[in-house]
Structures are given as C-alpha cells and as structure tokens.
Design a protein around this ligand. Structure first.
Ligand SMILES: [Zn+2]
Length: 283
C-alpha cells in the first residue's frame, strides 16, 4: 500500500484550492460535490455536507476512519462518504477521490451517450475507457454499490445523471483525471453537434497502444483496449470479451443508417440517371 505522508493542514489547503478550481470551472454548483484524501492507513479527510465547496475554510473539514466513524471535525461528513470509502476499499493504490457534477459528463449520460476512448489519443494513453456507472439516487448507499464494479479497473467514471468520479494517487492526480474526462466529454458533445464523432482507425489505435506499452513498460491485454468500452455500440449494448478495439462509426449518423438500407439496385438506377443527366448537360 502506498501512502502519502503529508501534513494534515497542507492537505486542507490543497482541498480548498481544488474546491475553488471545481467551482471556477462550473463543475460544482451550490453545495454539490465532495472531495476526500487519505491521510494515513485509517484516516480519511473529507469535505462536509451542505457546504459550498468553492468557499471552504480549514475549519470545515471532517476526518473519519475507514468505516466512516467520525474522528475529528464539528460538521457532518460528505453525503457521499460511502462512495468515497468504497473507492478506498477497492483501490488500496489510491489516496484521493473527487466527485463533481461536471456539466458535459452529465449531459452525455442524460442523452444516453457513452464516452468513446477511441476519439482522442490522450485518452488512450491515460484514462483508457471511461465507463458510466448505473443510475443511483444521490446520497444513498446505492451510489457506493454502483461504483464498486467500475472503480476496480478505472480511475475516471461517469455517474449516470449525476456527475463524475475520479480517483488518483494524490488530490491533484484525481483533479487532473476529472479535467481530462470533462474535456473529452465536451469534445464528444461538440463533435456530435457537428454531425458525428469519428473514432481513430484500428491502425491508429494499435499504434497508440504500442507507444503506450513502450512508455509504460507493461504488456497490454485486450481488456486494456476495447473490452470494457464499446461506446461505438458496434457490439450491441454490452461489451464483449477479448475484442480488439473497433473503429466503427458511432451510431449517431442518420445518413449512414439510411444509406445502409437503400437497395443496391436503387443506388445503381439513381447513379445511371445522374450520369445521363450530366451527359445531356455536356451536350
Ligand atoms: Zn453529487
């Protein structure tokens, strides 16, 4: 287990800074969102519930143990504390958890759009696939249950109709992952507004994965590739095991589906008519 030895007060100042950044970017509104940091093997510092996280002060914080028992602080701990504790239990390698209501992450999940990792090289290099956890009513134990599966293998998750969850080796690592995830969500949104979000080709993805293997020194398995993503929808609603990453069109192009349904004979007939028309114009 890797723990960060940091002064508790320094951690409070860092959380205050990150709270300001989240609010500044519009990723938390009013009393939304929560941030926690693992201080040592049995102490988690967390933001309080019902307080604006853009204007935190050092007196606001709460320290709990790994079971959620309050050790320090006058306020009540975060309403999503169970989700934070679930992350620390599932991932002994992480030391910070951030939950925000990042706008484009929510927009995509409300629209039922999964995030494809094959759109941008940096996502393949860093986050890999970004799953969407099943809907659960905020502040309930169900939120914690909904993230237990995906958090085992992912550092950045969209909570359906609710927001984002990112974890990191430290607070700023978790913050960077949120920034990256929201950035790709925004790009996905705007690309689709323009008509389509064209994924990288198989060859381009293969090349990026080869570079990633080289940089990380780790051999990647098929599950590092497309197995848990399937945002393109090529394989139906569920991701299938051991599939190479497809560079299929994302299924949002009405034109593509209409063309697919036009019989070949009709295409040929129309082509002949157009050619004949062009020939007559030339004459
Ligand atoms: Zn929330």
């Amino acid at each position: 287990m890797r723990l960060l030895k940091m002064d508790d007060y320094r951690v409070k100042l860092d959380i205050i800074e990150v709270g300001k950044r989240l609010h500044g970017r519009g990723w938390i509104s009013a009393t939304d969102g929560n941030i926690s940091v693992k201080l040592d093997a049995n102490r988690i510092i967390t933001t309080p519930t019902g307080v604006h996280k853009g204007y935190l002060t050092p007196d606001d914080f709460v320290i709990v143990d790994m079971e959620g028992n309050q050790l320090e602080g006058k306020a009540k701990p975060s309403s999503e504390l169970a989700m934070h504790l679930a992350c620390y239990k599932e991932r002994p390698d992480i030391n910070s958890v951030i939950h925000a209501h990042a706008t484009y992450c929510i927009v995509l999940s409300v629209a039922g759009i999964k995030m494809a990792k094959c759109l941008l090289p940096e996502v393949i290099f860093t986050l890999g696939s970004i799953p969407t956890a099943d809907y659960a009513p905020p502040t309930t134990e169900q939120v914690a249950l909904s993230v237990i599966g995906p958090i085992k293998k992912h550092d950045a998750i969209i909570l359906e109709r609710h927001g984002s969850l990112t974890v990191g080796i430290d607070l700023f690592d978790a913050h960077n992952k949120l920034e990256r995830m929201e950035h790709v969500a925004e790009i996905t949104y705007h690309s689709r507004q323009l008509g389509s979000a064209t994924p990288l080709t198989d060859n381009q993805v293969g090349e990026l994965l080869a570079i990633k293997e080289q940089l990380s020194g780790k051999k990647l398995t098929p599950s590092d590739n497309c197995n848990s993503c399937n945002a393109c929808g090529k394989y139906g609603s569920e991701a299938l095991p051991n599939l190479e990453c497809p560079s299929a069109e994302i299924e949002d192009s009405a034109m593509v589906s209409v063309i697919d349904k036009v019989p070949a004979e009709l295409v040929e007939l129309i082509t002949r008519e157009v050619v004949a028309e062009l020939e007559s114009v030339k004459r």
